[in-house]
Design a binder for this molecule. Structure first.
Ligand code: NDP
Length: 450
């Protein structure tokens, strides 16, 4: 018992913010050519201010499980930078959540939100609560307890959280319900709400569809290639992966893989999306091993393979690869394999899924590489569309949101690639994204003063 408490404390007080330092280091390296070009950046300590969060909020979440035992989790909200607009970024419920992980995600969110061109600042939050194996009622009780603390720090014009890993529209619904009960305010304080009470059509699809719209534009402009008939690999089996697979399939691509934290599926006949959804979107959230069991049976094609290694996704020859699971999932070895197998593009759906040495190799070998902060920005963009609809009490139809998302993803691609050219690093979309995003945020910080 004492050991367990100490281990949990050690985890949540971990001083090594590796992912945060990794994210900051990538951005600052990209910014080297631009920071010396304007003396105001130094004079006003823009970089130092940019890497320091405005606020790190930590709180205790107490809730009661189905056995009537009191459970305790850590809750957090990191409000990193609101120079461009209200703080905006998802909530993650996963046992690996610490302030370090959330600082990295909130920092990345500043740049992503800036790239959309929309008026939103950067934040992230969540808890080390593990939704896996919890009953529906336990999840509801946890969400209510989490909001009892969080409500005092958020607001439609202050900070508008959304979903992320472990937080979908079900959880957002419970969180919103509790917010409303406590504050008596019916306003757009959360995005990703169910459509029935203020959610935007297409928010569930937005990140995955946006990833594919970005990829389509990049492939068309850079290589005059389309996705039709092309073999693609996708990792993950959650919201982003499912909708990336769906849009790829709609555009005629053949998606061969998906993965979860237990392993990967390779289905040479193309992933059966209906089955994947049945396994992952239902209340039970079953393991992907079930996909292989069922496909090997009589209903689906019997050729699916289930290696106990999520990296197996990157061993499969493909035209384009879409890492959509989690951070640091695509390693140098995976990148080598992708290159060996003739992959021409890696388009990130997750946040920072590719390790720095893997990115460097892919870029050196001329593979088109798009960082998540550019290619997965469709989710937060449609969240902002939801805020607009809530503020004006309007409801936009599916086609309108889809058209706006498609246009916005093309604009992001253009912004990133033109900036890369302007700074002499053509086709380096990492530098292009970081510089373009930084310029907008830095300008706002300068204009606001200290
Ligand atoms: P979900 O919780 O819906 O899904 C995550 C999926 O990835 C799950 O299937 C999970 O497996 C799987 N997974 C987790 N770790 C690993 C691993 N090490 N190897 C293989 N699979 C793994 O989350 P989302 O789809 O919402 O988020 C995925 C990524 O996209 C995250 O990086 C998130 O920050 C990012 N993102 C999400 C946005 C959104 O709108 N939802 C917006 C922008 C970025 P299991 O089922 O076993 O848990």
């Amino acid at each position: 018992m004492v050991e367990k408490i100490l281990a949990n404390l050690e985890k949540s007080n971990c001083a090594t913010d590796n992912t945060f330092l990794q994210a900051v280091s990538e951005v600052l390296t990209s910014l080297e050519p631009i920071v010396s070009s304007d003396p105001r950046y130094g004079q006003y300590s823009i970089l130092e201010r940019l890497v320091t969060p405005d606020r790190v909020i930590a709180f205790k979440v107490q809730w009661i499980d189905d056995q009537n035992r009191v459970q305790i989790n850590n809750g957090y909200r990191i409000q990193f930078n609101n120079s461009l607009g209200p703080y905006k970024g998802g909530l993650r419920f996963h046992p690996t959540v610490t302030t370090g992980v959330l600082k990295f995600l909130a920092f990345e969110q500043i740049f992503k939100n800036s790239l959309t061109g929309l008026p939103i600042g950067g934040a992230k939050g969540g808890s080390d609560f593990d939704p896996k194996g919890k009953s529906e009622i336990e999840i509801m009780r946890f969400c209510h307890a989490f909001m009892r603390e969080l409500h005092q720090y958020i607001g439609a014009r202050v900070d508008v959280p959304a979903g992320d890993i472990g937080v979908g529209s079900r959880e957002i619904g419970y969180l919103f319900g509790e917010y409303k009960r406590i504050t008596r305010q019916y306003d757009g304080v959360l995005s990703g709400k169910p459509y029935a009470f203020g959610g935007s059509l297409m928010r569930p699809q937005a990140t995955g569809y946006g990833v594919v719209y970005f990829a389509r534009e990049m492939l068309q402009v850079e290589l005059q290639e389309s996705l039709e008939g092309k073999m693609c690999t996708v990792s993950g089996a959650g919201n982003v992966a499912i909708h990336t697979i769906e849009k790829l399939q709609q555009l005629g691509a053949i998606v061969l893989t998906c993965s979860d934290s237990d392993g990967a599926i390779y289905d040479p006949n193309g992933i059966n999306l209906a089955l994947l959804r049945e396994l992952k979107e239902g209340g039970a959230r079953l393991s992907l091993s079930e996909y292989a069991t069922r496909i090997s049976g009589s209903v689906y094609t019997p050729k699916a393979d289930y290696p106990k290694d999520a990296h197996a996704v990157w061993q499969i020859p493909c035209f384009a690869a879409f890492p959509c699971a989690t951070q640091n999932e695509l390693t140098l070895n995976d990148a080598k394999k992708l290159i060996e197998n003739g992959c021409v593009a890696v388009v990130e759906g997750a946040n920072m899924p590719t390790l720095p040495d893997a990115i460097e190799l892919l870029q050196r070998e001329g593979i088109l590489f798009s960082p998540g902060k550019a290619s997965n920005a469709g989710g937060v963009a449609v969240s902002e569309f939801e805020m607009s609809q809530n503020a004006s009490m309007e409801k936009w139809d599916f086609d309108k949101v889809d058209r706006k998302l498609d246009e916005l993803m093309r604009q992001i691609y253009k912004r990133v690639s033109l900036t890369a050219k302007e700074y002499g690093v053509e086709r380096n979309f990492v530098d292009g994204a970081n510089i373009a995003a930084f310029k907008r945020v830095a300008e706002a910080m300068l204009l606001e003063g200290v």
